[in-house]
Write a protein that binds this ligand. Sequence first.
Ligand code: GLU
Length: 479
Amino acid sequence: MKAITRFAPSPTGYIHIGNVRSAIYPYLIARQTGGKMILRIEDTDRERFVEGATDLIEDTLKWLGLDWDEGPIVGGPHGPYFQSERKDIYETWAKKLIAAGRAYADPTPKEQIDAYRAECNAKKIPFLYRNFRPENPPEWQPGIPLRFKAEPKPYTWHDEVMGDMHAGPETEDDIIILKKDGYPTYNFAHIVDDAEMGVTHVMRGVEYLSSVPNYLALYEALHLERPRLVSLPHILAPNGNKKLGKRDGAKSVTEYREDGILAEAMLNYLACLGWNDGTENEIYSKADLIKHFSLDRIQTSGARYDETKLLWLNGQWIRKIFTEQGKEALFERAKGFWPDSAASFDDDYKMQVLSIIYDRLKTLSDLKEMTDYFFKDPTVDVDALVNNKFLKKMSEAEIESLLKKTIVSLSNLGTWNADSLQEALNSLLEETNKKPAELFSLIRLAVSFAPFSPALNLTLETLGRDTTIARLNSVARAI
Ligand code: GLU
């Protein structure tokens, strides 16, 4: 079956990682079945509308590689894809309900409705508006809210994630379908749009599950076939049992891009948050996900957001891109992440630095901190050197003498490359009778003053003879 799925965000701000997963799963199902993915912008809540939010949504989807077949930018046969431009369509469908006696105009003022609610609360009974239906509603006209007229009864349905569901009549009410401002409510608009757009799988957050009986009643009243319903469990905050929200530091997806997370890693991470294919595999490309994804392996309980895992996956993807697509491919992605000091260096040199450091990166933005000394002489810090845990036991004179021996040996080295450097370093170990941790820490610190560096011979090879000797000399002089 070719699945027609949709992502239907409301443009109320940036899309954070807690809600973008409701775009990933529909996308995977659409691509897996050769169906269609629709992007629909649910902008009927004019009070929460945020200018520019739609651009952010589109940008996020594009970055993650989630293209859509119908929707803004690409168009399609079921447009417009902004709900605010579909008012006539909702009105036509609403009129069908009026004609069938299943909707009524409701001019009851808000204060009165609040009083009904307070009355129920006082009596400790559930507030159901259908118990307060106005007796003689006027004829509907724009400007008056329109309500669905419930005919409460039990419902059963199947949710592709949650399983077989049952709800009693107490869950159905006279919900508003058109608001006073003429815009439809989410409850009504999505039913109409999903039907008009031929959506086969309604995939959305589990928060809508409790409203499903009302939706089933609407499908029936409008003589619509039920689509498949798929409730996606929440992504939980790192602490506690609540849904991950902006307040828990859920950043926008594109902020992660600025922080040096790769789109592949983000997609991989989010897709596997609450889903697995039953194997131990953890690395999935988009193509792998399309191949292996299945609704029946989505977990029913919420999955906890874990940034450490995201960083780990990102490191895996950095290595994967380097080894499978080549250093040029990773270099392309790394543009914009180099320290300022790298600006005057050519691409070949930066590519060489990247080639020796990539397997230590968790994010591309680590390049800033981790590579500065390849482009700029570090500040000599004698204290850091003499207090280093491997060098503490040595006297300053001994350190100075070791540095001098290193300078002599490296100055006389014939060819300057990783192998010859390794040989020279090994001979120095023998000659000085030092442990690798001692001698190599000293040289590493003296040329970089950084806590980590790639293998010493590779670091020196990249820095080149002149820079290496000059830096060793400045430290020897400063001691
Ligand atoms: N506009 C709704 C939201 O952003 C969409 C829910 C749905 O996918 O139907 O939560």
